[in-house]
Design a protein around this ligand. Structure first.
Ligand SMILES: C[S@@+](CC[C@H](N)C(=O)[O-])C[C@H]1O[C@@H](n2cnc3c(N)ncnc32)[C@H](O)[C@@H]1O
Length: 262
């Protein structure tokens, strides 16, 4: 950024700084790039200053080296989910039938990232939220379904899924009030709240996963470290083989559940 800012850009920086944005200059530059007029820049700055996530304001998120379209009301893909993508990508190339499902897909960011790295896969994605489904449709183009968990998927995928990505809502209900306002106020409650211990949706997914995974197929879900014990127990109870992965730099924990080859 040049040291002499255009007046409207300088004004944007001042407004964002006053609103408490730590990276006011960088964010102003992003908003400036997204705006097509001075009036639009002022409107984008107003939305951001009122607390809307930057990614929802500009309509995209940069994730795993790709640009993902986003809309107001759609979960913003988190940096830590790169671990899920990395693990899924490693296994996708050899996954049963090359079929990858992004369940609870939100914007479809995870599926898009895996497909970008391994274009030969057959990707399907689903979410219960119509706004998320529309957004994922823009990002993925086809095979995007709306409905409650597996009910959304075409029946012919039953028993054939190689990689089942499920970045489910996993925040315990009592922790929701402590989330940053950006998440609490601008992401749907249903994208965050995982019930009393945060594992309600995860348990529902694990409970049905064996029916949808092909032989050797793997379910991958991001959780918190303190959820590993009960999550692993749920995986075993479902007759699947559990494993856990962590990345300290990303502060990410992933639990996987693998179906036996027979
Ligand atoms: C934590 S967000 C993850 C979104 C996306 N996978 C990502 O990582 O950016 C969880 C998503 O699960 C969806 N969801 C919650 N309950 C669901 C259900 N019962 N069936 C399908 N989708 C559900 C929400 O609408 C939300 O988009």
């Amino acid at each position: 950024m040049s040291s002499v800012l255009r007046p409207e850009l300088a004004e944007a920086v001042t407004r964002l700084r006053a609103a408490g944005c730590v990276f006011a200059e960088e964010e102003a530059a992003v908003l400036d790039e997204a705006a097509t007029s001075v009036a639009e820049l002022a409107e984008l700055v107003r939305r951001r200053a009122e607390g809307e996530p930057l990614e929802q304001v500009v309509g995209y998120a940069d994730f795993c080296g790709i640009r993902v379209r986003l809309r107001p009301g759609v979960f913003v893909p988190r940096l830590r989910s790169e671990l899920l993508v990395r693990l899924a990508t490693t296994q996708a190339a050899t996954a049963a039938g090359g079929i990858v499902v992004d369940l609870c897909c939100g914007s479809g960011a995870l599926g898009l990232a895996v497909r970008t790295a391994t274009p030969q896969i057959e990707l399907h994605a689903a979410d219960s939220d119509p706004v998320a489904v529309a957004c994922a449709g823009e990002n993925l183009g086809s095979n995007v379904y709306r409905g409650d968990l597996f009910e959304a998927l075409p029946g012919e995928l039953r028993g054939r899924v190689g990689i089942l990505l499920a970045n489910v809502p996993y925040v315990a209900t009592r922790h929701i009030p402590f989330l940053p306002a950006e998440a609490r106020l601008h992401e749907p409650h249903t994208a965050l709240d995982g019930g009393p211990d945060g594992l309600d949706v995860f348990r529902a997914v694990v409970g049905a996963a064996a029916e949808w995974l092909g032989p050797g197929g793997v379910l991958l879900s991001e959780l918190t470290e303190d959820q590993i014990g009960p999550a692993v127990a749920a995986v075993r109870a479902a007759g699947l083989d559990p494993a856990t992965h962590t990345d300290e730099e990303l502060a990410a924990t992933v639990v996987t559940a693998t179906r036996g080859r027979r």
